[in-house]
Design a protein around this ligand. Structure first.
Ligand code: RB5
Length: 149
């Protein structure tokens, strides 16, 4: 199950991404927002991020105007590694190296075709593990308030 959420700036792009997920045979849970009335992106980012952090959803996709606000908010939730991507190579490398469990994109920054290509690559790319696992473990230590050197 893929968690998906957006703010008022990204309702249309979210619909297109949902259509892509459906065409790929992937189930999703839409955490809103559902219309273009002005809203607060952190609320919707947190709903989707909590679903990913709890394991209710395997991964999540967040879309706001720039992708920045939602990515910042999602990364406040313990266990979330949300990657703001505007190109497919970043999407590939953040899966391979960071085991990214949430993808953020900016509807005012990239067009729908590029966004859908980013989603496809991000969904398809496995985590490389190995030395990258240790680095993710260090991020988890930071979340616990530990010093790392
Ligand atoms: C909303 O106007 C805008 O601030 C939001 O979509 C996002 O870009 C925030 O980072």
């Amino acid at each position: 199950m893929i968690a998906i959420a957006c703010d008022h700036a990204a309702v249309e792009l979210k619909k297109e991404v949902e259509e892509l997920l459906t065409s790929l045979g992937l189930a999703y849970k839409d955490f809103g927002t559902y219309d273009t009335a002005s809203c607060d992106y952190a609320v919707f980012a947190a709903r989707a991020a909590r679903a990913v952090a709890s394991g209710a959803c395997e991964r999540g996709i967040l879309i706001c105007g720039t992708g920045i606000g939602m990515s910042i908010a999602a990364n406040k939730i313990k266990g979330i590694r949300c990657s703001l991507c505007g190109d497919p190579l970043s999407a590939k490398l953040t899966r391979a190296h960071n085991n990214s469990n949430m993808l953020a994109m900016g509807a005012r920054i990239i067009g729908p075709e590029l966004a859908k290509e980013i989603v496809r690559v991000w969904l398809d790319t496995p985590f490389d593990g190995g030395r990258h696992q240790h680095r993710i473990d260090l991020i988890a230590a930071l979340e616990r308030g530990e010093e790392i050197e």
